[in-house]
Design a protein around this ligand. Structure first.
Ligand SMILES: *[C@@H]1O[C@H](CO)[C@@H](O)[C@H](O)[C@H]1NC(C)=O
Ligand SMILES: *[C@@H]1O[C@H](CO)[C@@H](O)[C@H](O)[C@H]1NC(C)=O
Ligand SMILES: *[C@@H]1O[C@H](CO)[C@@H](O)[C@H](O)[C@H]1NC(C)=O
Ligand SMILES: *[C@@H]1O[C@H](CO)[C@@H](O)[C@H](O)[C@H]1NC(C)=O
Ligand SMILES: *[C@@H]1O[C@H](CO)[C@@H](O)[C@H](O)[C@H]1NC(C)=O
Ligand SMILES: *[C@@H]1O[C@H](CO)[C@@H](O)[C@H](O)[C@H]1NC(C)=O
Length: 359
């Protein structure tokens, strides 16, 4: 039934398309082909460049790829990707390929994203994307592992304030840093009570290390940024900050003005929105479609499809699934008498999804 419907619909589509001379062709390269990989990496880099807060995401698996070609138009690539959060802040210049992904026991974050790319004469570029971010369920966590806590947790914030104060007193960059954003906070029960963990971004201010007054964060576009890992408590902590750019911050003046509270500096960072980030950990932009391409909305994505080439891999997957069934029913004599499915001739390597790079 379904097949007939498909064929009938195709016939109509084909006639319509021929009439207008715009018959699109669809190709479905394997998800692990160099072509798919190249497009996925462009998508990954674009996604990371979009954000000024949160962490970089690394490609984990290519779920689907479809290339739509129309005469006289740039090819459109539709990709479905799984990405994993890394431990590198988005402003960290470390290439994402060298950033470790956050392991499951530290509450990994996964993103499922759909991308539309266009292969113009300038190369591949992202036209639109949409993402869904999910935090690994706590069932997969080990007993006694640090658990995420809301980003407004009082003890966590005190750890951040105290550890940044310690860092500001101890580094040799002659700039005071202010809190830019909180990346993560977690706590763990240890013998002495609770141990806190915080990851936070910092931004250079107009104060030198010795200024003791109001310190305003530098313009975000030119400021020095860094990222700190702190653990312990407000009273006793360890902090390790990685400063991203070594460019010299120009201390505008050396006048002394009152020091601002860290949380005030925090609210001045770009994209900081306490109503959004007060409690939740970072998520990716859910929909980005500046060209209003409509390529990613469920309805239009379906209607843009010409289905024939797509059927091939679907059929292969159904056949693969029936292998399991065939072995399960051998106890039934009537079934066993039937001609066995020739397993050897079945495709064993699915074209899609591709291999998982991490987990
Ligand atoms: C983009 O199109 C050009 C030809 O216009 C082709 O040579 C190139 O391989 C395509 N890029 C990708 C990643 O498919
Ligand atoms: C954190 O935010 C939530 C929701 O906005 C609020 O209910 C809670 O009291 C806040 N906790 C602290 C410690 O400020
Ligand atoms: C400053 O750094 C030294 C070693 O580099 C360390 O022993 C000391 O605890 C640090 N002080 C603060 C306040 O972080
Ligand atoms: C930093 O900038 C603020 C606002 O312009 C100003 O009030 C303050 O004096 C400056 N601080 C220093 C140390 O120059
Ligand atoms: C920050 O600097 C950029 C480039 O120099 C400028 O376009 C922007 O207006 C500045 N923003 C603020 C808030 O001063
Ligand atoms: C900053 O202090 C230095 C030395 O105290 C002085 O030479 C310089 O003129 C001061 N700069 C400003 C902008 O006040």
């Amino acid at each position: 039934m379904k097949l007939w419907a498909t064929i009938a619909a195709l016939g109509l589509l084909a006639i319509g398309a021929w009439a207008q001379g715009v018959m699109p062709t669809i190709s479905l390269p394997p998800c692990d082909s160099p072509e798919a990989e190249a497009a996925a990496l462009v998508a990954q880099d674009f996604l990371n460049a979009q954000h000024t807060h949160g962490y970089k995401y690394a490609l984990n698996q290519i779920d689907k790829i479809k290339i739509i070609s129309k005469p006289g138009e740039a090819d459109t690539y539709l990709l479905e990707l799984d990405l994993l959060e890394t431990t590198c802040h988005v402003l960290d210049p470390t290439p994402v390929g060298q950033c470790p992904v956050r392991q499951k026991q530290f509450t990994a974050v996964e993103a499922d994203c759909d991308f539309a790319l266009s292969n113009t004469t300038q190369g591949l570029s992202v036209v639109a994307f949409k993402c869904k971010t999910e935090t690994e369920s706590t069932e997969d966590l080990c007993l006694g592992c640090p658990l995420l806590i809301p980003l407004n947790d009082t003890d966590g914030i005190q750890l951040i304030e105290a550890s940044l104060d310690g860092f500001n007193k101890n580094h040799t960059l002659n700039t005071k840093f202010a809190l830019f954003e909180i990346g993560r906070m977690a706590s763990q029960v240890v013998s002495g009570g609770n141990m806190y963990f915080a990851e936070y971004g910092i931004i250079g201010t107009n104060c030198t290390s010795h200024d003791d007054d109001i310190c305003i964060p530098q313009n975000h576009t030119v400021a020095v940024h860094g990222f700190c890992l702190a653990q312990g408590s407000a009273k006793l902590n360890k902090v390790d900050c990685n400063i991203f750019k070594t460019q010299v911050v120009d201390p505008a003046t050396n006048a002394t003005v009152p020091v601002q509270q860290l949380l005030h500096a925090h609210t001045s960072g770009p994209h900081h929105n306490p109503t959004i980030h007060g409690l939740k950990h970072h998520k990716l932009t859910t929909l980005h479609d500046p060209a209003a391409s409509g390529l990613l909305s469920a309805e239009s994505a379906e209607s843009a499809e010409i289905v024939v080439p797509k059927e091939a891999p679907v059929v292969k997957r159904e056949v693969a699934a029936s292998e399991g069934l065939a072995t399960d029913v051998t106890a039934d004599a009537t079934v066993a008498e039937k001609t066995p499915i020739p397993l050897q001739s079945m495709p064993t390597v699915p074209i899609c999804p591709g291999k998982k790079k991490h987990f």
